[in-house]
Design a protein around this ligand. Structure first.
Ligand SMILES: O=C(O)CCC(=O)C(=O)O
Ligand SMILES: [Fe+2]
Length: 249
């Protein structure tokens, strides 16, 4: 594909804070954009794996985050795990039947719809069958702000490879629910490539996806102000790692 990206070089010609390429500005309205990169050897043991294209950004319908989760940094809809400071609580156990006052069937239907649409786009772009992709754990809502991290788990800014951090991931997708530079500062997504850092600036409704191996080492910059919301939805090619869609008990 044709790849266009802009360079932000200050007057002295050096990249600002080590970032040399912006793959997606928050104000860009992107229909389809992908960047092909060489595949790592992380998939050598896979018979079924087909291609190693990296990234695709698509404008999607803006889902309405319907509630604010006070103090939460991670909410896993599958298990109900919600991080509260240093602890995790199980929302489903905690609220019991009252969970219906918090989440509705429509919320879950929206999640399923968005998950399906992302899955289909990943399959299309990577040239695989959507039927050979399985939703995998964890998939979660994240809320990031500038308050101090309470546990190592909250330290979202460390460079990592999703396949190493989460095990079963083969494709990672990120759906952003808030806008860089409007709702929050800092918090850009950064691919750490050998030649340069490449950023994706979150924009509400923007979907970014990529293969989860070491070809895609990345981090999120620390959020400097405001609140950043996103959803991580991940897929495995191994049916053994598949899970069902989250559902209201
Ligand atoms: O929210 C993001 O932009 C990325 C989060 C991330 O790296 C992850 O969930 O593994
Ligand atoms: Fe990640």
């Amino acid at each position: 594909g044709l790849v266009l990206w802009s360079r932000r070089l200050p007057r002295d010609g050096l990249p600002q804070d080590g970032i040399t390429e912006v793959l997606a500005h928050h104000s860009d309205i992107l229909q389809d954009k992908f960047v092909a990169i060489p595949c790592s050897r992380d998939y050598d043991s896979y018979k079924r794996f087909e291609v190693g294209v990296r990234e695709e950004i698509d404008a999607m319908k803006r889902p309405q985050p319907s509630r604010t989760l006070s103090q939460a940094s991670i909410l896993d809809l599958h298990s109900g795990a919600l991080s509260l400071g240093k602890r995790f609580v199980n929302l489903y156990r905690y609220f019991g039947d009252k969970i219906h006052d918090i989440f509705t069937e429509e919320d879950f239907a929206l999640y399923r719809d968005v998950r399906q649409r992302i899955q289909q786009r990943i399959a299309q772009v990577f040239g695989i069958s959507s039927a050979s992709m399985y939703l995998t754990k964890p998939t979660f809502f994240s809320r990031m702000n500038s308050t101090e991290a309470k546990t190592a788990h909250d330290e979202y800014w460390h460079p990592h490879v999703d396949k190493v951090t989460y095990g079963s991931f083969d494709y990672t997708s990120l759906l952003y629910l808030s806008d860089y530079s409007q709702d929050f500062g800092g918090g850009r997504f950064v691919f750490l490539d050998a030649d340069s850092n490449k950023t994706v600036e979150p924009r509400a409704g923007r979907v970014s996806f990529f293969t989860s191996g070491s070809e895609n080492l990345h981090r999120v910059e620390r959020v400097l102000w405001g609140t950043r919301f996103a959803i991580t939805i991940s897929f495995s090619c191994d049916p053994e790692h598949g899970i069902g869609d989250p559902a209201l008990a």
